[in-house]
Every structure is written in structure tokens, then in C-alpha cells.
Write a protein that binds this ligand. Structure first.
Ligand code: NAD
Length: 384
């Protein structure tokens, strides 16, 4: 029988990690100073018995809970507006962001916006725009991930689509980091294999791009390489048997590790993936997985030595760039990632537009080789 670890961590925030720990949700809310939480999630997650059970944990402890369950996958600004209205009308004093990355991001941004007077786009992650926010107007957040991929539970940002420009924007503030996180791998056992694969590959993409970003940050690199090892060992197991709680637990760690690591930077995988997700509403992690080999090949010359070192840590033979690339291709195949963008349901008619968007995506700057529109077009063609 497999077992899964239990732990309390205070890095990068308070994390209650372990199977069954969702029963501590009311305590977690109280320790964050929340007495009237608004649960923010999507309709799919809201319909799962575990969501009602989590709300019941809070109610049984005397917390007056509300529910906003209209977050779309790849949330848009209108979702935030709608959630804010429910938050204010209900007199809530904090958010339980409950679900996948879409729900966590939306919940975090709703809590952030709850006491601001300026419009949301004033807080896009550009320069020091975050200093425009009133930190006292940010409501406390408890985050409860039910997928293992984005790591948004330990991040200080939320991704929201601007419907007018059809672009994914990052809303950032240091105080958007949830005060308490409950990482309970039991909440992910019902994830279908396809979402398990897409989210797991997202964690891998975060670690990989953080590791390759050319800035000096050895701490992040250490976290990234171990995160990739966990994905290598446990993602195929989690996809094969969703009830493998040990695999689910390690994937939950890998997800959080990816998000901690990518404070160092991301790169071409995300720069290409964001416009595709914004225009075609594809799953973020699955899109990352589809474009990953093309970006790796493009960066090969400058990341070869680093990737060989990583391949050694992962126990690959040969421990070379080519050995690593082959491992990525095999892993994708094993967990059912589509072979190219066409298979993902993306056509090539808007490639020029997407290439322009990719070159100015905030993550592009982390790629070890500059991403111009020409380069992005080349990458899109290669990933097609
Ligand atoms: P998601 O939140 O969009 O969820 C995908 C689907 O999984 C939904 O239909 C949901 O209902 C379902 N689901 C969630 N948990 C489930 C469970 N336990 N059982 C069954 N079904 C379940 O997917 P995601 O990959 O977790 O998040 C993607 C979003 O996160 C994108 O919007 C992306 O831009 C964002 N993101 C944010 C960050 C960040 O740092 N903030 C990082 C990466 C991605």
C-alpha cells in the first residue's frame, strides 16, 4: 500500500500538507482572520461532493460561508467582476480559493480587488504598478488546490484574460500570496487522466523554464530540479492510477515547487502558450506540454550544459541534452499529450498575430535566447 507524507511548512507561506487535511479548513480560515469566507470555484468543482464537504467543515465550526462558482477555465475580467459583486453583497471578509489554477487565480484577484478603488488593469504586472494598490484593501486568502500543476496556491499573481484585447494578463501583488494553503492530495484523486497530465506537465514546464532562465538564482534552480524529478517519478503513476495517493502527494509538491521556482523567470514555452490559450481557450498546462520540445530544441545551444547536468540528476541515460529531449518526448507520449498544436485543436491562421503577442508576453524575457516575432513564428510552426 502506498503512503503519502504529512507536513507543516512555512515556506513560502503556511502550508498544511497531507492527505485528509481539508478537515482543518475552518482552523485555517480562522488563523487567516476570516470569519465569513467566500468560496471561489468553478461549476465543475462546485458540483463535486468534496466541495460541499469542505464548506460543511467551515459551517460546522460556525463560519458563515458563501459560494461563487462561476469562474471559467482561463478566467476573464467579467468573472472577477461577478465574483466581486457576490463578495461585497455578502459582506465577506476573506476568500477560500478552491479548485484548479483558474479558481485559485480568480479567488486571489477577487480578494485583492475587494478593497481597491482603481480598476483591475491598473495593477497589471508591469514595473512597480503593484505599488498603486492599497495593501489594507486586500482581503486574506486561504488557497486549496484541487489540481496539481499551476502552483498558484503559493504564487503572488493571478492570470486573467482581458476580453477586449484577447490577451492573458498577470495581476500581481506580494500580498496576494495566500496566508494559508491546504495541500490535500485526496482532493485530486478524482482528476481525470487528461487533466492530471496537463496540469502535471504545467508543473514540469514551470520547473524547466525557471531552471533555464538566465538569471542568477541558485535557490530556485535547486527547487526546480527536484520538482522535475518528482514529475518524472510520479506523473505517469498518477495518470495510470488516480487513486495512487503517494503519486498524487508528490505531484502536489511538484506543483508548488514549480511556482516557487519560477520567481526566477519563465520563457518561450509560456510566451507561446499564453496567446494560444487566450485565443483558442486551450488548457494551459497541456499547451505548454505541446510546445515544449520545439522551445527546447530552439534553446539547445545555450542550455546544453545545464540540461546535461539536469539529465544526470534525473538519472537519464545518456545524461545529455539529446537524452533529456528524448525523455520529454517519451513522457509526453506516456501521459497522452497531443503530438502538436494541430492535434490540440489549434489552426495556423492566426500564427502571425500570436507571434507578435508572444514576443511581448511578460514571460518572453526569461527565455535564454530573445523571442522576437520571427522567432515566435518559427516556434509556432515547429510546434504545429
Ligand atoms: P483549471 O483550473 O482551468 O481546471 C481545469 C478543469 O479541471 C476544470 O474543468 C475544473 O472543473 C476541473 N477540476 C479541477 N479540480 C478537479 C478535481 N479535483 N476533480 C475533477 N475535476 C477538477 O486548470 P488548471 O490547470 O489547474 O489551471 C489553469 C489556469 O491557471 C489557467 O488560467 C492558467 O493561466 C492559470 N495559471 C496560473 C498560474 C499562476 O501562477 N497564478 C500559473 C500557471 C497557470
Amino acid at each position: 500500500m502506498s503512503t503519502s507524507p504529512t507536513a507543516n511548512w512555512s515556506y513560502p507561506t503556511a502550508i498544511r500538507f497531507g492527505a485528509g487535511r481539508i478537515k482543518e479548513l475552518a482552523q485555517a480560515c480562522r488563523s487567516a482572520g476570516i470569519g465569513r469566507p467566500l468560496f471561489v470555484t468553478d461549476a465543475g468543482v462546485a458540483a463535486l461532493p468534496m466541495t460541499a464537504a469542505a464548506m460543511e467543515v467551515c459551517r460546522a465550526d460556525g463560519l458563515d460561508c458563501g459560494l461563487f462558482a462561476d469562474v471559467r477555465p482561463n478566467p476573464v475580467a467579467a468573472d472577477i467582476e461577478a465574483g466581486l459583486k457576490v463578495y461585497r453583497d455578502g459582506g465577506h471578509d476573506g476568500v477560500v480559493a478552491f479548485g484548479g489554477g483558474s479558481d485559485l487565480d480568480a479567488g486571489k484577484v477577487i480578494a485583492f480587488m475587494s478593497g481597491q478603488t482603481r480598476p483591475m488593469w491598473d495593477f497589471e504586472d508591469i514595473g512597480d504598478w503593484w505599488t498603486r494598490a492599497d495593501p489594507d484593501g486586500i482581503a486574506p486568502i486561504v488557497a486549496v488546490p484541487t489540481t496539481a500543476g499551476t502552483g498558484s496556491e503559493v504564487g503572488r499573481a493571478g492570470v486573467v484574460i482581458n476580453e477586449e484585447t484577447h490577451t492573458k494578463k498577470i495581476i500581481f501583488h506580494p500580498k496576494m500570496l495566500p496566508a494559508v494553503v491546504i495541500c490535500d492530495p485526496e482532493l485530486t484523486v478524482g482528476l481525470p487522466p487528461k487533466i492530471t497530465a496537463g496540469t502535471g506537465m504545467d508543473a514540469f514546464a514551470h520547473c524547466l523554464e525557471a531552471y533555464c532562465a538566465p538569471t542568477y538564482h541558485p535557490m530556485s534552480e535547486g527547487i526546480a530540479v527536484e520538482g522535475m524529478r518528482l514529475v518524472k517519478e510520479y506523473l505517469p503513476r498518477a495518470c495510470r492510477d488516480g487513486t495512487d495517493i503517494e503519486a498524487r502527494a508528490h505531484m502536489m509538491s511538484a506543483a508548488a515547487m514549480g511556482a516557487v521556482a519560477f520567481q526566477k523567470g519563465l520563457g518561450g514555452i509560456h510566451a507561446i502558450s499564453h496567446p494560444i490559450g487566450a485565443l483558442y481557450d486551450t488548457h494551459h498546462g497541456m499547451t505548454n506540454a505541446v510546445v515544449m520540445p520545439a522551445v527546447l530544441r530552439f534553446n539547445a545551444a545555450v542550455i546544453e550544459t545545464k540540461i546535461s547536468r539536469l539529465a544526470g540528476w534525473l538519472g537519464l541515460a545518456p545524461a545529455t541534452f539529446d537524452g533529456f529531449l528524448q525523455f520529454v518526448v517519451d513522457l509526453r507520449h506516456k501521459v497522452g499529450v497531443p503530438g502538436g498544436l494541430r492535434e490540440l485543436g489549434v489552426d495556423d491562421v492566426r500564427f502571425d498575430e500570436m507571434a507578435e503577442m508572444a514576443a511581448v508576453d511578460p514571460t518572453a524575457g526569461g527565455n535564454p535566447i530573445p523571442i522576437t516575432p520571427q522567432v515566435a513564428r518559427q516556434l509556432l510552426d515547429a510546434a504545429y
